[in-house]
Design a protein around this ligand. Structure first.
Ligand code: NDP
Length: 332
């Protein structure tokens, strides 16, 4: 069985991960860490968790805990992962895996040395529509890829307008949302961009230099141009992707959220047709893959290395926005 400790009494844990862990066979949540005694107690009661603590060691020294889910604010992901790895716990860490490439590398090395699983919760690659799209692209369904457009603008709900819009260190659209677009593109195209350019907006919701809107242009190997529009401040927009190939177009609609949603269409010389997708819960899928990895029978949906690559590309995008220059991407 897999005993879990939750590190962080967060919104994402409450909304998605508690349920996803419990959907796995033989898995139970044993404890939750919060920096606030009161918030931890409330989280434990509301979610039927038998214990709560403000001391991470209470979780890390518990031999019944085999895995931890880290969903604290972004600046804590690295130190908590290092502590969990040295205690021999398997780790599902929220994105961004860390705030710097050095930290992400340390986390990967620590988990490798400790022989524990490190996974990063990039959920969009667990969406069945993206998985179908990936298979079609790999099979050459639209010929040679020419260009891609990603639409990921929405309006950040009031309840989430905390650190995302006011923390210049751990907040901002790029490390919160654009990094998901990057991971999804890496998954769909199967490679990393070589060059990026970006312009950001700020001031509609975010302040202190924190970005709340972005347009990115990237070049992928094979001279494939990719464009992303992301925003916290655009209501009534629908997330989507469009892949343009030498003999067809693949269009994904309503496929950039946390929901098991998305419709896929292919347009070519025969006209337009919808490709059926059998949806599954994204977080159940991620937790199933992670649990198999812990049991030694599979790989996580997104590994620590995937988290590092997405972070390196996101930081290159941020550098481009800050300097006004095209940035060459180096994946360490
Ligand atoms: P929250 O703001 O809900 O939680 C982050 C931390 O903030 C918690 O660990 C908690 O600390 C603290 N916190 C929560 N409520 C309060 C409060 N009222 N006052 C003060 N502090 C509070 O963030 P999210 O759940 O939105 O995000 C957490 C992590 O998950 C981030 O890394 C984010 O990037 C990622 N995320 C990933 C998603 C995905 O689908 N992959 C979706 C959403 C977020 P404490 O634990 O000490 O109580």
């Amino acid at each position: 069985s897999i005993g879990w400790g939750l590190i962080g009494a967060s919104n994402v844990a409450r909304q998605w991960i508690v349920d996803a862990i419990r959907a796995q066979p033989d898995s139970e949540i044993l404890n939750v860490l919060s920096s606030s005694e009161e918030r931890g107690a409330r989280f434990a009661t509301e979610n039927g968790i038998p214990a709560h603590t403000t001391d991470i060691d209470a979780i890390l020294t518990d031999a019944n805990v085999n895995a931890v889910y880290i969903s604290t604010a972004n600046q804590f992901h690295c130190s908590q992962t290092l502590a969990a790895a040295s205690a021999g716990k398997n780790i599902l860490c929220e994105k961004p895996v860390a705030l710097s490439i050095d930290d992400a590398r340390k986390m990967i090395a620590a988990c490798r040395d400790a022989g524990v699983v490190l996974a990063v919760n990039h959920h969009l690659r667990c969406n069945a529509m993206h998985q179908k799209l990936q298979q079609l692209l790999e099979a050459g369904a639209i010929g040679q890829l020419n260009a891609v457009r990603v639409f990921h603008a929405n309006f950040l709900p009031q309840a989430l307008q905390g650190w995302r819009v006011n923390d210049p260190n751990g907040g901002g659209l790029i490390l919160d949302s654009t990094i998901h677009d990057i991971d999804t593109l890496r998954f769909l195209i199967g490679s990393n961009p070589t060059h990026v350019m970006a312009m950001t907006q700020s001031g509609r919701l975010a302040h202190d230099g924190v970005e709340d809107g972005i347009m990115v242009v990237m070049r992928f190997p094979g001279d494939v141009l990719v464009q992303i529009h992301g925003s916290y401040t655009v209501p009534f927009s629908e997330g989507g992707v469009e892949f343009y190939g030498s003999n067809g177009v693949l269009i994904g609609r309503d496929c950039m959220s946390q929901r098991a949603a998305g419709r896929l269409f292919m347009r070519n010389a025969d006209g337009e047709k919808e490709i059926p997708v059998h949806h599954h819960n994204l977080y159940h899928y991620a937790l199933a893959a992670f649990s198999n990895a812990v049991r030694g029978t599979g790989q996580p949906a997104a590994t620590g290395e995937d988290g590092l690559a997405a972070l390196a590309i996101a930081l290159a995008i941020r550098e481009s926005a800050l300097t006004g220059r095209q940035v060459e991407v180096e994946i360490p």
